[in-house]
Design a protein around this ligand. Structure first.
Ligand SMILES: [Zn+2]
Length: 111
């Protein structure tokens, strides 16, 4: 079984000491079972700008709301509450005047 490289310095000379993995080059110690999820889902807006939770965005075009006749008008502001790992409707947004809904990242622009 091969050990993962050191998450701090990328050293390959990591060794195991009981439950911990230890890097001899930078002295970093970590528990491989408690690896922090650092690959939070991100999304890209209409311009390809990276979006993260907490970003403010505006609708880049009129957006039809699934299952209703509501249309979110272009320019409507929204705040991203969270980003989910999905092909579309990946932004869980609080949309000004409309409430919470899932929005496709490619249809918004970072404000
Ligand atoms: Zn290291």
């Amino acid at each position: 079984m091969s050990l993962p490289p050191c998450p701090q310095c990328n050293s390959e000379y990591v060794y195991e000491d009981q439950a911990l993995l230890i890097c001899p080059e930078c002295a970093h110690e970590w528990n491989p079972n408690e690896v922090v999820e650092d690959d939070e889902p991100t999304a890209k807006d209409a311009n390809g700008t990276k979006l993260v939770a907490g970003d403010k965005v505006t609708a880049a075009k009129d957006l039809k709301v699934k299952g209703s006749s509501t249309v979110i008008k272009v320019g409507t502001k929204a705040t991203i509450r969270r980003i989910v790992d999905a092909k579309d409707h990946e932004l869980d947004c609080k949309v000004d005047g409309y409430g919470e809904m899932m929005v496709t990242a490619a249809f918004v622009k970072k404000a």
